[in-house]
Write a protein that binds this ligand. Structure first.
Ligand code: ADP
Ligand code: MG
Length: 393
């Protein structure tokens, strides 16, 4: 039995011990990392994430009543609610309830369920364990109840649950990546049209090294809201100056050719934010082309340019993140480096030639320790498939 199946088997045994009956389905959904296209989603731009080989399993069996009993094995916690009456508890259970809420909103009348959850996606780290949980649960309920929802719908339902019920103002990006990822592919996500295009990764591909800066990204929440507001103000100013048409809805509507006029019309901070967003959208497209062509040199250059823009124009890097990227640029076998996620903490992303992964991890870790006095946490991942149902046993 391979390691993955052993994991599923163990989860099956847990389920039977906890609930006294067998699970009818096992749904799986991965976490994700964003390769490029940062702070573009709320500007209706482009992002290029991929699903990774860290996954959440949800096992389920329907009940004869309305009770939903949920065991979160990783947290060693359990919770309960009624399938037709979810109520916010300000806990992990809300992510499960949110899915029931969002399916009810679509008109589905759901019975009770016994549910078990376990995951290899690190929680609260920016790898989108929340999307993995939501998408896996929707995929499982969809299969179990024959709801006839497509993988894009799994993403939309999970997103609606997280947004409309849990109350997290996250983009659809994470859920799309978790639901629609493909092995050896990235996804080009157009946040305006909500379309997702799989982008094949040519050649030998790369491994993903994520190194944690040790800085809690929750501290960045206030700055995130500030950037959203700055982008909105910049668009208003561009419209007032006659550069963007009144119909423009987001910074996506501005182009590189307008930068000189924007620089004259906008205040210097707002101009920098706009320059990042315009540049980042262009880099996301160029990155997709380089993936298809196996042009690793361009991939590296685009990641470095993205990092410089996040540091200089968007002001969301930190000395730790900058240093990790600098160390990456000095490593053989590292194709490119940048911070990933909203910034001001969290992980740096390094694309690495597979057989040099461990050497790069060690070299970056030691370089970080030499400056900051501690070894950073790191993890490795591969671009992987999106959500699926395990064959029933
Ligand atoms: P991220 O999505 O980056 O991991 P979030 O704060 O968006 O961070 O979501 C993490 C939250 O999602 C956890 O704190 C927990 O409430 C819930 N969650 C995710 N995965 C699980 C899991 N395997 N078991 C229980 N709750 C989970
Ligand atoms: Mg999340």
């Amino acid at each position: 039995m391979n390691a993955k199946n052993a994991w599923v088997e163990r989860a099956h045994s847990h389920f039977s011990e906890d609930f006294g009956s067998s699970a009818e389905w096992v749904a799986v959904a991965p976490g994700r990392v964003n390769l490029i296209g940062e702070h573009t989603d709320y500007n209706e731009g482009l992002a290029v994430p991929c699903a990774v080989d860290r996954r959440t399993l949800v096992l389920g069996a329907p009940r004869g009543d309305r009770k939903v009993r949920v065991h979160a094995w990783d947290l060693d916690e359990a919770g309960e609610f009624l399938s037709d009456a979810p109520e916010r508890r300000e806990s992990w259970l809300d992510y499960v309830q949110g899915v029931f809420f969002a399916l009810a909103e679509r008109g589905f009348d759901l019975p009770g369920f016994d549910l078990g959850i376990t995951s290899t996606v690190p929680l609260n780290s920016g790898l989108s364990s929340s999307a993995a949980l939501g998408v896996a649960l929707v995929a499982g309920l969809n299969a179990g109840l024959g709801l006839d929802l497509s993988p894009s719908d799994w993403a939309r339902v999970a997103h609606r649950g997280e947004n409309g019920f849990v109350g997290v103002q996250c983009g659809l990006l994470d859920h799309f990546a978790s639901a629609l990822g493909r092995e050896r592919h990235a996804l080009r996500i157009d946040c305006r049209s909500q379309t997702v295009e799989p982008i094949p990764i040519a050649g030998a591909g790369f491994s993903i090294l994520l190194v944690h800066s040790g800085v809690e990204r929750r501290l960045a929440d206030g700055v995130y809201g500030e950037r959203v507001a700055e982008c909105r103000r910049a668009l208003g100013a561009a419209q007032a100056a006659g550069i963007a048409p009144p119909s423009a809805r987001a910074l996506r509507d501005l182009s590189e050719a307008q930068l000189p006029r924007l620089e004259r019309a906008l205040d210097p901070i707002e101009f920098r934010r706009v320059r990042h967003v315009i540049g980042e959208n262009a880099r996301a497209d160029a990155f997709c082309r380089a993936l298809v062509e196996g042009d690793t040199q361009s991939l590296g250059t685009l990641l470095a340019q993205g990092q410089a823009s996040l540091r200089e124009d968007y002001a969301v890097s930190t000395p730790e993140l900058d240093w990790l990227c600098e160390l990456g640029s000095r490593c053989d076998g590292v194709v490119g480096s940048r911070l990933t996620g909203a910034g001001l903490g969290g992980f740096t992303l390094h694309l690495v030639v597979p057989d040099q992964l461990e050497a790069a991890r060690e070299q970056i870790g030691e370089g970080f320790r030499a400056r900051f006095g501690r070894l950073p946490e790191s993890l490795t991942a591969l671009p992987s498939r999106g959500a699926y149902l395990e064959d029933s046993v």
